[in-house]
Design a protein around this ligand. Sequence first.
Ligand code: SF4
Length: 419
Amino acid sequence: MSDLGQTPCGGSNRRHFLRAAAAGGAATIGIQGLASAQEPVAAGKAVPTATLGRTGEKVTILGMGTSWTLSPSFVQAAIASGVRYIDTSETYENARVEKILGEVLDRTKLRKDVYLVTKNASFRRTMGTGAAKMFQDHLDASLERLKTDHVDCYYLHGIAGNQVELLADPGVKAAFESLKKQGKTRFFGLSCHDARLPEIIEAAVDCGWIDQIMFKYNFRDVGGVDRHDDLQRAIDKAAKANLGLIAMKTQGGAINFPDKMADLQAKGFKKEVAAVKSVWLDGRIQVAVSEMTTRSDLRENVAASQDKALTARDQRLLEEYRRRTAHLYCHGCGHLCETTAKGVPVATVLRYLRYYEVYGKRQEARALYQALPPQARDLAAADLAAAEDACPHGLPVAELVQRADARMGDRVLGRASGV
Ligand code: SF4
């Protein structure tokens, strides 16, 4: 098997992307043990691999996200097409996704051929003295559903900025290390799309026991008016420490705004493909986890992984798309607006609104929104006008937050376009 050699290179800005894009090209590799129970949707070349940081594991650069109503046949199609990195969670579809994955991996005997990640979201509610038992019980339940005796990596799911101290908590570290000693997980990780993402990445490096991190990262994070320099510095630090780095939310709203795209599409530009390629071209990122919900998504992503080159023209058009839609998409940079919003976690609320309006996950979005503490939903006390003034992208923050509350709080309004 050859490796794409996506070793950390420490680049930190848009030039980094452009240089990598100019280099272009992709190696192809053979994947062993492909026992396809179903025809691959992308026959021929395999999905390339990269070394996942200090885990030393060779993993496919395309990962399958599973936070939707997954069918067994789709899982089989993805595996048969060469996707060998699977990301799931105990929370997805109330654990039904873990059961479906377990059923497919058991039936096809392909468990040993995939790198399997699952996540613990219960730490958000249950910590303190019961932490070790909670992690043990929840991982045991996940393993039973997944019909396996171990996962490759076990995550803290969606760690928030106000939970960052957990990474330095000896009790949490000991609980995870016990799981490793028992052979129930090989590595540890976390996922995050909190506004304090840079701080969390740095804390993950400093704590010394996190092997890989999955975080929101897309073409909007490498330029624009706020430039996200602190995020770029944190990624550099994690790459230097050789942590495995996995990008999620790689589309950056590429699916949301068709009216801003018509003329670009007429030129044959495929923004979804360009978006995922732009992530791979950042040499610090080893895997892009993608929520592929159709065979066509799967086919396009597999083909894109096999030819990662992003032409200068497509880079230009992606940048044009980013520029046209920057004021419509919440970039998650809550550190810029939340101090003025006085208690309302704007980035989180607008993310839940995206789950509701764009991804169609209404029930989940409502549950997440309603689980926020009361002060986070106290719009009367918040200064949303000040938050709007602080947003460098020009989002209509007050209108969006109020719409989020109307949709995901107690009242329900009609339909509107996504954030
Ligand atoms: S509203 Fe604006 S400043 Fe606030 S998180 Fe979203 S994009 Fe960033």
